[in-house]
Design a protein around this ligand. Structure first.
Ligand code: SF4
Ligand code: SF4
Ligand code: SF4
Length: 265
């Protein structure tokens, strides 16, 4: 890429196959986003206005998975034009909910749904950004948390590495003093294997975590699968807990494959 010339850091937000929810999380920052806009040049952010997808950027946020031949070509171009590339959200970090099709015959699905399947340009698999280009930092979640995104930009503006919190949702849940839905009500909760960052949003509302932040560090999926079994979930139901929004994250995929192969009690 050419060296950016502006004094203010140039920030771009790009969209791939996704629902736009992670961009919205950024937009929903409201006043904090306006303050940020005074410190950076937002050079490309289709949802907010500026349109210049091939421009050079110091920081490029990328939402969405790679699902079409055009996506493949575009992400390589963006990488060339970006000094730092940050993947945001489950689609970009693990292939997203659309990655569920990786377990099926995509061509067959398309043929069943569209009267002219030949008009659909779709890759066989939905894959994360890191499968195709170097990613400097990943922010997980469906959607990501706006404040987390802001913290990443602020860290980069200060010239320090953004903080990666790969601890488990349970740690946030305990810190906030929320009653454990799994212990107190016997509800299967993915918190013990899911990455922190949401401040245990779902348990704060009395419901279980469904794993939208993806796998935590040292996630003991065997123990959790066994616990889900003790709570009465069938093996197929346990597989579905791991095969959800982050179904293609290697740790969750391996847990599901192991269950499918009947390795658990
Ligand atoms: S991660 Fe979730 S909220 Fe973000 S773009 Fe993908 S589907 Fe939408
Ligand atoms: S409710 Fe879920 S996230 Fe909270 S402590 Fe219990 S298992 Fe962990
Ligand atoms: S508690 Fe789990 S499902 Fe709910 S927002 Fe947090 S990571 Fe996502």
């Amino acid at each position: 890429m050419n060296a950016p010339t502006a004094c203010k850091p140039r920030v771009a937000v790009h969209k791939f196959s996704s629902c736009d929810g992670c961009q919205l999380a950024f937009l929903n920052l409201g006043e904090a986003l306006l303050t940020l806009a005074e410190r950076v040049d937002l050079v490309h952010f289709a949802e907010a206005g500026p349109l210049d997808p091939d421009t050079d950027a110091d920081v490029a946020f990328v939402e969405g998975s790679i699902s079409t031949p055009d996506d493949l070509e575009r992400i390589r171009r963006i990488r060339k034009h970006s000094r730092m590339l940050i993947a945001i959200g489950a689609c970009a970090t693990s292939g997203g909910i659309q990655g569920l099709r990786n377990q099926a015959n995509g061509a067959e699905w398309v043929a069943q749904i569209y009267s002219h399947p030949e008009a659909i340009a779709s890759l066989e698999r939905s894959t994360p950004i890191s499968s195709h280009v170097k990613v400097d930092f990943e922010l997980w979640g469906c959607p990501v948390s706006g404040p987390q995104m802001l913290a990443v930009v602020n860290a980069l503006l200060l010239g320090v590495a953004p903080r990666d919190n790969a601890d488990k949702v349970c740690t946030e849940c305990k810190r906030q003093g929320y009653p454990c839905v799994m212990v107190s009500r016997g509800i299967a909760c993915m918190g013990p294997v899911t990455r922190a960052g949401c401040n245990a949003l779902c348990p704060s509302l009395g419901r279980d975590c469904y794993g939208c932040y993806g796998p935590a560090e040292n996630a003991n999926t065997d123990a959790l699968a066994a616990q889900f079994g003790h709570l009465g979930l069938t093996p197929a139901a346990v597989v579905r807990r791991f095969q959800s929004i982050n179904s293609q994250a290697p740790v969750f995929l391996a847990a599901a494959d192991k269950l499918r192969a009947g390795s658990h009690d």
